[in-house]
Design a protein around this ligand. Structure first.
Ligand SMILES: NC(=O)c1ccc[n+]([C@@H]2O[C@H](COP(=O)([O-])OP(=O)(O)OC[C@H]3O[C@@H](n4cnc5c(N)ncnc54)[C@H](OP(=O)(O)O)[C@@H]3O)[C@@H](O)[C@H]2O)c1
Length: 275
């Protein structure tokens, strides 16, 4: 039987690195730290090695389809697929970013929603039976949901929304930002929050599809919030260390064999949250 393998995107720093570190200690199998930049990735692997932890490295830029396809093919060929996939890579532009809101929207939606979806499109077919998929979203996505107009909230909460419909709705938000004059409240944080609304909804759609199409495979897929974590994305004032932020993603990545829940949920502090 092929060896077991866990893959983490954006693993070179912050919460991603802390997830890799925890998996190195707890996951039975090979753990891949992936990063878009070879140098930063290898340095992070070295930093773990100096603590006696053995992570492997593979280049993976989620904004690049060739990079995604090459990584998916690598894991298929060498491990027969993946056992754990943690989609952690994400961006939040600086609040003082001078770019117009439409450009902020496009860049943020690209990485956090569209590229993460590309990851899922390429990797879901290679997730092995019993696999665990964790999408690192944010509670800010829930807060943004509650501010969407009621018809949109209804769609984002419905059980029958399709992936195509969601992709269309997310693209419409970007197109609207491009067509309209900037409004009060437009900011990198607003773009970020809405991108995470989309990622959580996508997670729910894909989980329902797994339940329908691969019901016997026992794969569990969830979205989660790590909490407010001290990383380059936030500030030293945030309440959790990266290690504390990794706790919920790692809990979901290591749900025991035979578990049937949570699945298709939004989870924070290891508890299913309302949506
Ligand atoms: N920190 C928080 O309080 C908080 C709260 C809720 C959710 N989150 C989520 O947690 C995840 C990790 O955030 P963090 O706080 O650890 O942020 P971070 O320290 O800024 O780390 C982000 C990671 O994502 C990587 N990344 C960005 N774009 C990428 C791409 N196209 N391909 C591959 N990797 C890419 C970065 O790589 P580079 O080093 O190459 O840029 C970096 O490794 C994100 O999804 C974030 O939205 C964080």
């Amino acid at each position: 039987m092929a060896a077991r393998v866990a893959v983490v995107t954006g693993g070179n720093k912050g919460i991603g690195l802390a997830i890799v570190q925890a998996l190195c200690k707890q996951f039975q199998g090979d753990v891949y730290l992936t990063a878009r930049d070879l140098g930063r990735g290898r340095e992070a692997v070295e930093s773990l090695s100096s603590k006696g932890l053995k992570a492997k490295f593979h280049q993976l830029d989620i904004d690049n389809l060739d990079s995604i396809a090459a990584a998916a093919a690598f894991f298929k060929q060498n491990y027969g697929g993946v056992d754990v996939l943690v989609n952690n890579a994400g961006i939040l532009l600086n609040s003082a970013d001078p770019k117009p809101y439409r450009v902020q929207m496009e860049a943020t939606f690209k990485t956090n929603f569209f590229s993460t979806r590309d990851m899922l499109t390429h990797f879901m077919p290679v997730v092995k039976a019993g696999g665990r998929v964790v999408n690192v979203s944010s509670t800010l996505g829930y807060n943004a949901l509650t501010k969407c107009d009621p018809a949109l909230q209804q769609r984002f909460r419905s059980e029958d929304i399709t992936e195509d419909e969601l992709v269309g709705l997310m693209q419409q938000m970007v197109d609207k930002a491009k067509a309209e004059e900037p409004k009060e409240g437009d900011s990198p944080l607003k773009a970020y929050s809405l991108s995470k609304t989309g990622l959580t909804v996508l997670s729910m759609i894909l989980a329902r599809r797994l339940s329908k199409e691969r019901a016997n495979d026992g794969i569990l897929l969830n979205a989660c919030c790590p909490g407010w974590v001290r990383t380059d994305m936030t500030s030293p004032a945030a309440s959790k260390s990266p290690e504390e932020g990794a706790v919920t993603p790692v809990y979901l990545a290591l749900l025991p064999p035979g578990a049937s829940e949570p699945h298709g949920k939004f989870v924070s502090d290891k508890k299913v949250q309302p949506w």
